[in-house]
Design a binder for this molecule. Structure first.
Ligand code: OAD
Length: 249
């Protein structure tokens, strides 16, 4: 990350009426939450299609719950890091004109204090009943190997969007609007390979003249880099606080 790029990104932000942020697993890496795409193509030792797809659920729901219970346990032990807190500070400055769209299901943005937040891939803390369809926040307490709905006795599944499933409209529609209407889009800690989440980047670029400025914050270049106007390469827990500091008061 060059000092010049940091200053340019801060200048664009200062002029921005609306700001949108898209985050991925990288923003939580410094908190101790593992990212998804390890070099061996496995996700914590499992093939993604076994633990994060409707087919995997049909084949072995116990394995799916074992996997998500372990992730719930991990998230119970971690805390937001300076990257999450820097995004709260941006929201404090822009208020309703700031939208944070996250692919993360760990809840750390909410724990940090972000409120104008769209969790487009769902939440580890919520369950959805396959009987009565009720969605409930169950915190991070252990749920056991095959949890059942306390209301109707139906089987519960994690309220998480799996591969092959559509994103819930109540979060996806406002996410599209926020990306299309923003002046600066910050793309933080995502490999930008999972769609439709990654399509928010071209959506921001497609907007009325002038197109939004896209600022990527990541350890490395990604699929998003092609559309980024600037890349600030480094850990988001370091880069984002620096960006806020450069913005000044
Ligand atoms: P990935 O694991 O694909 O990508 C994580 C990104 O974070 C990579 O580009 C890393 O370079 C970057 N990264 C790692 N540590 C970082 C740090 N300290 N600071 C900044 N960047 C860092 O995760 P996502 O892009 O979030 O979907 O994956 C998208 C979706 O794929 C997830 O939401 C999940 C998964 O399947 C569902 O669960 C539905």
């Amino acid at each position: 990350m060059t000092d010049h790029d940091l200053t340019r990104a801060a200048d664009w932000l200062r002029l921005a009426d609306r700001v949108c942020v898209l985050t991925g697993a990288g923003v939580s890496a410094e908190s101790g939450v593992p990212t998804f795409r390890a070099a061996d193509g496995l996700w914590e030792g499992h093939a993604i299609e076994d633990v994060a797809s409707p087919g995997g659920w049909d084949r072995d729901p116990d394995l799916v719950w074992q996997f998500y219970n372990a992730r719930r346990e991990n998230v119970g032990t971690v805390r937001p890091n300076p990257g999450h807190h820097a995004l709260v500070e941006l929201e404090r400055r822009w208020g309703d004109r700031f939208t944070l769209v996250t692919q993360n299901v760990d809840g750390l943005h909410r724990d940090a204090g972000s409120r104008n937040l769209l969790e487009i891939h769902g939440s580890l803390r919520r369950t959805r009943c396959l009987g009565c369809r009720a969605v409930a926040d169950r915190g991070l307490d252990p749920l056991g190997p095959a949890p059942r709905c306390p209301d109707c006795g139906g089987r519960l599944r994690p309220d998480i969007v799996w591969f092959g499933e559509a994103l819930p409209e109540d979060v996806w529609e406002p996410a599209l609007e926020a990306a299309y209407g923003c002046d600066v889009l910050l793309v933080v800690g995502t490999s930008a390979v999972v769609h439709p989440a990654a399509s928010l980047i071209p959506v921001a670029k497609r907007r009325r003249h002038p197109a939004a400025k896209v600022v990527e914050v990541n350890l490395t270049e990604t699929e998003a880099s092609r559309l980024a106007d600037i890349g600030l390469y480094g850990p988001s827990g370091v880069v984002l606080p620096k960006l806020v500091e450069r913005l000044g008061s």
